[in-house]
Write a protein that binds this ligand. Structure first.
Ligand SMILES: *Cc1c(COP(=O)(O)O)cnc(C)c1O
Length: 406
């Protein structure tokens, strides 16, 4: 194989030009923000921009109900609380995800229990979930990591069979669909994030979706200090946080939402082309696509590299090498949550106080993928077709020179 020296070793960078800066915005966001400013109605208790966005988001996700809130972390906590999950209940989560998925269980006094992911797509393994179910299990949170949809046929069936609440963590999957149905309506509750890096963003923000009226009411209440729709201002039917989104954020989100589908199409075309270009390169394994997934959210482009021989130090060097080639916005990914000390300590503390057993399970697949995975972040999928080709060339070059990274 031709081995041009890596940019990190003094060679020429492979990628020409910058990728689009994220977020993308124009005068429409400025106008929408000014309109809210001048209305003097800055909060959703007075204005109607949040409510309008909620309707538009529900329409986009094809769910009956959507409520906006402050972020994706507390969306998960609100979902658990609204679903009746509380002290000592067990919540099954993957260990290869953002920390919020597991931390949310602790926020409601519940115990996160880890079940391993699948080796070919980094997503929660239904068989591992089945093995982790106990009499204390109340909920499962499949994460649609990267924008790929977890096996919702299997998780819906597990939910029915064991009477468990299924919460879809769709923080990375706005726009993804399974058998034609968008995420957020495939389980009992869906949660979303509009934090800065996400494909739909207002800097911060989140949403919860459901098709169940009772759950939707409970979600509204969990976000609005225990108030109920149509109830009195000082009528609190449950204990709830104030998790409301501002009218300013909703104004930005409405404009961003109007661009989302076109951006998703562009990311999808780039990702499909990149997968095709990487196919012949030995030592790179692009995440497999489930044929039941009818749309990918394209938040991240995930790959594993057998070329690294399971050595995380080589992977970390490859991330640096790819950045030097001009592939900015590349990452070595998550540190496994079942090895996160504060999470495991707090989970054990709750279980111990209640006299419940708690054992940190083995999650060998998570351990393996956390050593040999590399992610490309979503703005890389908004570059030119030429740049997609250059990303593939950069990856090929790094793999060809892998020995120089050891
Ligand atoms: C971003 C993210 C969250 C948390 O969302 P925030 O809005 O940052 O609190 C939760 N889960 C996953 C998988 C995420 O990527």
């Amino acid at each position: 194989m031709a081995t041009e020296p890596l940019a990190v070793n003094g060679g020429q960078p492979t990628v020409a030009g910058d990728f689009p800066a994220w977020p993308i915005y124009d005068q429409n966001e400025a106008d929408a923000l000014l309109e809210v400013l001048n209305s003097g109605k800055w909060g959703s208790t007075h204005g109607d921009v949040v409510a309008t966005f909620e309707n538009e988001f529900a329409t986009h996700q094809q769910t009956k109900y959507a409520s906006a809130l402050s972020n994706g972390t507390l969306a998960l906590a609100a979902a658990l609380s609204a679903g009746g999950v509380g002290i000592g209940d067990e919540v099954i989560v993957p260990p290869y995800t953002f920390i919020a998925t597991a931390a949310a269980a602790l926020f409601v006094g519940a115990v996160p229990v880890f079940a391993d992911v699948l080796p070919h797509n980094h997503l929660l393994d239904p068989e591992a979930v089945k093995a982790a179910i106990t009499e204390r299990t109340k909920a499962v949170i499949p994460v649609h990591l990267a924008g790929a949809v977890a096996d919702m046929d299997a998780f819906a069936a597990i939910g029915r069979e064991h009477d468990l609440l299924i919460i879809e963590d769709g923080a990375q999957a706005t726009g993804a669909a399974w058998r034609g149905t968008p995420v957020g309506g495939l389980g009992d509750i869906g949660t979303f994030s509009f934090q800065s890096s996400k494909n739909l963003t207002a800097g911060e923000g989140g949403a919860v979706t459901s098709n169940d009226e009772e759950l939707a009411q409970a979600l509204y209440s969990a976000i609005n200090v225990g108030r109920v729709r149509g109830g009195g201002w000082y009528e609190h039917q449950r204990v709830g946080y104030n998790l409301r989104l501002t009218e300013f954020q909703a104004a930005v989100l409405r404009v961003q939402l109007s661009r989302l589908d076109a951006q998703q199409k562009q990311r999808d075309e780039a990702a499909n082309l990149l997968a095709e270009l990487l196919e012949p390169i030995e030592g790179v394994e692009v995440d497999a696509t489930d044929e039941r997934q009818t749309a990918h959210g394209r938040h991240l482009f995930l790959m594993r590299f057998s070329a690294f021989g399971g050595d995380a130090a080589v992977r970390d060097a490859a991330v640096k090498a790819l950045s030097a080639e001009g592939v900015t916005g590349v990452s070595g990914g998550y540190v496994p949550l079942h090895r996160n000390e504060p999470l495991v300590r707090d989970a054990k503390a709750i279980a111990d106080k209640l006299g419940q057993p708690y054992a940190t399970p083995d999650c060998p697949v998570t351990d393996a993928v956390s050593k040999d995975s590399i992610w490309l972040t979503q703005p890389l999928m908004l570059g030119t077709t030429e740049q997609v080709g250059q990303i593939a060339s950069a990856i090929s070059k790094v793999v060809a020179n892998v020995d120089s990274l050891r």
